[in-house]
Design a protein around this ligand. Structure first.
Ligand SMILES: [Zn+2]
Length: 241
């Protein structure tokens, strides 16, 4: 390839690179925005999970209380039955024994009543926690939805702007030969958006490795594209263009 053509090719690739720098920056932003949002969503989900745990606990407590109330009811019926049976008893011994049974049943009844009160206390405590947590979840949800709306709008704007760049990129692209274009595209994708880098202070502008004089001399000959041996990016001398 004639030197003049190589220089012309490098100029086109550098023009393409300028567009790609912006384009990759857009892409990074478009990628990062939803990641920030995902963090907020996770916070919101964690708060929701805590609320659900409390709600499950409240349900457990209610079931436990209902079971205790049934126990209490049946104990009360047992006591009434035993009380009624007292009159039919013939001997004093039987009477005393039944009285003793009734006393024990009353003690059990007292324990059930105490348990029910404890369960009610805990239900009340959990109920208050649920109310507080609901307010937190509502707040988090509003925060998340507001942020999501903002991020969605920003991403839409970035996408629109980047599609403008894509159009400009296509215009530059059609003027580049197939082979160097394919090479450029491969490097730009694999090297985070930088396919062609200027030489700065005898170092590759892509990976900053020092370049031997022979590489720089090779570039100056302009008989083909020269790549960095370390990062594979194409190299150019800005002052030559
Ligand atoms: Zn390099």
């Amino acid at each position: 390839m004639a030197a003049v053509n190589v220089k012309e090719l490098i100029r086109k690739l550098v023009a393409m690179q300028k567009i790609d720098e912006e384009l990759f920056a857009f892409r990074r932003e478009i990628r990062q925005k939803p990641e920030e949002l995902a963090k907020l969503k996770m916070q919101f989900d964690n708060k929701k999970a805590l609320l659900h745990k409390l709600q499950a606990r409240a349900q457990e407590l209610e079931l436990a209380r209902k079971a205790k109330e049934l126990d209490l009811k049946s104990k009360e019926q047992d006591i009434i039955k035993a009380d009624t049976s007292l009159m039919a008893l013939k001997s004093n011994k039987e009477y005393q024994a039944r009285l003793f049974e009734i006393e024990n049943m009353k003690i059990d009844k007292g324990v059930f009543e105490e348990d029910i009160l404890k369960l009610m206390d805990e239900s009340e405590r959990v109920g208050k926690q649920i109310e507080a947590e609901k307010a937190v979840v509502d707040g988090e949800e509003k925060k998340y939805l507001a942020e999501k709306e903002k991020v969605d709008a920003e991403v839409a704007k970035l996408t629109e702007e980047s599609s403008g760049l894509e159009a400009r990129r296509r215009e530059v692209m059609v003027a580049i030969d197939k082979e160097p274009l394919a090479l450029y595209e491969r490097i730009v994708e694999n090297r985070d958006g930088v396919a062609i880098a200027p030489i700065v202070n005898n170092a590759c502008g892509g990976c900053f490795m020092h370049l031997p004089d022979q590489v720089i001399n090779k570039i100056k000959m302009y008989d083909g594209l020269v790549r960095c041996e370390i990062c594979s990016r194409l190299q150019y001398l800005a002052e030559d263009l």
